[in-house]
Design a protein around this ligand. Structure first.
Ligand SMILES: [Zn+2]
Length: 216
């Protein structure tokens, strides 16, 4: 029982000593994000983009997935790069090894509003296709089966193999907690042909996965 009294006293003296130290940011320091990318052996280079806290150009695969676009480099905030790298395990598990995106960093408003889209901060990416050696190329527009599942059973009953793979992937991405927001064709017409994957800013992340990921 004695230890129960002593431990709080020690703890409070430790806190007092720490007051002399420089204040620590609430979340992980921004430099810690690129350290995380380094630890994950992601190939990237730092770049500067207005509005992006920690912009990187990704030069190789993320989580084993080649993410390409026909007309642009993959420039995103480091926080999104970490989430995509970690999410690679779900894609690989389903047999995917590549994906294509149409938009990553892009200064614009959320459609129909004057609110800046998270694309403006490099925190969102629109992914249109997922491909792999056995599955071929699946497009969200053609292969995603809308309206499946519910809050209890995310998956529902997809009719096609491609539809099942994309629905399993969407459920895994939503429930992984790696993304602040995952929007699919089920959300609205503007998303009929892509998954919008959005990460929280690194400075707001206290852990890699949020305990309660947003489901939309
Ligand atoms: Zn988007």
């Amino acid at each position: 029982m004695r230890a129960l009294v002593v431990i709080p006293l020690l703890a409070s003296s430790t806190v007092a000593a720490a007051d002399d130290a420089p204040p620590k940011p609430a979340g992980p320091a921004l430099g810690a994000c690129t350290k995380e990318l380094d630890a994950r052996k992601v190939s990237y280079r730092r770049v500067q983009r207005e509005g992006v806290a920690n912009a990187v150009e990704v030069l190789g695969p993320l989580g084993g997935i080649a993410m390409t676009s026909p007309d642009m480099a993959l420039v995103i905030d480091c926080s999104l790069a970490v989430s995509l790298d970690e999410a690679g395990r779900y894609l690989r598990g389903l047999g995917f090894d590549k994906a294509t995106f149409s938009s990553a960093y892009s200064v614009r408003n959320v459609r129909g509003t004057n609110r800046p889209s998270k694309h403006s901060f490099g925190l969102a990416i629109d992914v249109h296709t997922f491909g792999g050696p056995d599955l071929g190329t699946l497009t969200i527009d053609r292969d995603y089966e809308q309206g499946l599942g519910n809050e209890v059973d995310c998956l529902g009953k997809p009719l096609t193999q491609g539809g099942a793979a994309l629905k399993v992937l969407q459920c895994q991405l939503v429930r992984s907690g790696l993304f602040h927001l995952v929007l699919s064709p089920d959300y609205d017409d503007a998303h009929h042909d892509h998954f919008h994957l959005e990460a929280a800013p690194w400075g707001q992340r206290t852990q890699l996965r949020s305990a309660q990921p947003a489901i939309h």
